[in-house]
Design a protein around this ligand. Structure first.
Ligand SMILES: N[C@@H](CCC(=O)N[C@@H](CS)C(=O)NCC(=O)O)C(=O)O
Length: 218
């Protein structure tokens, strides 16, 4: 059985949904950040940098959101083009871009004070916002093309990963004026709406205290 080290509404949410979507046996190991659980030896044994998410697998512990999602998709042959599929190349490019640019940008928008301190936080937030706008526009253009791995018609590890990050950029911006909503990104809004209506996402969201339009209009 998999054990997912999670904090509600952290990056573990996407992995939680994917485990549920795949119908895999797993246990949610909820940690309390304020109580110092992320620094405990037990968590550090699975997640050496003390971050969320981490996953205990039959092959050993794993950390990094993208690694977990990709490994689950490959191991269970679902939710991503197979390694030998012709569209694997393009899928992988967008998946890594999500991890490197969207995820990192969202972190700076939500937690700019962690990188530059309280005084410079609004400036970093502005930079993150200005970088994320064209980044999200590129994902909007991808969504308009509707490849089967980034479409409202079926879930993938990419649709769930991006939907989670769009929740963050819309709802958790450190500077409220820098929030990026889906009103000007209609194709991404379609994906977000479709993903939040899937039973797996509804069930994982409910377990983490989220309901309703948690992706499309959080
Ligand atoms: N690159 C890492 C980032 C992980 C990360 O920063 N997770 C956040 C939660 S979303 C965390 O653990 N924050 C607690 C902390 O930084 O102390 C990944 O994708 O897994």
């Amino acid at each position: 059985m998999y054990v997912l080290h999670a904090v509600p509404d952290f990056a573990s949410f996407a992995v939680h949904i994917v485990l549920t979507e795949l119908g895999l046996p797993f246990r949610l190991h909820l940690l309390d950040m304020d109580a110092g659980d992320l620094d405990s030896p037990e968590h550090r044994a699975v997640s050496p940098f003390g971050k969320i998410p981490a996953l205990q697998t039959p092959d050993g512990p794993m950390f990094e959101t993208a690694a977990l999602l990709l490994w689950l998709a490959d191991r269970h042959a679902a939710l991503a083009p197979a390694p030998t599929a012709p569209d694997r190349a393009e899928f992988l490019s967008w998946f890594l871009r999500t991890n490197q640019a969207l995820h990192m940008g969202a972190m700076d928008l939500v937690h700019p004070y962690r990188t530059l301190g309280e005084t410079m936080a609004p400036a970093l937030s502005q930079v993150a916002h200005d970088r994320l706008q064209p980044e999200i526009a590129a994902f909007e253009a991808l969504a308009a093309r509707r490849p089967h791995w980034f479409s409202p018609d079926q879930p993938s590890i990419l649709t769930y990963y991006v939907a989670m990050l769009l929740r963050w950029t819309a709802a958790f911006a450190f500077v409220p004026d820098h929030a990026i909503r889906l009103t000007t990104f209609p194709h991404l809004a379609l994906i977000a709406r479709a993903m939040e209506q899937r039973p797996a996402a509804i069930s994982a969201a409910a377990a983490e205290g989220m309901t309703g339009t948690f992706f499309s209009n959080p």
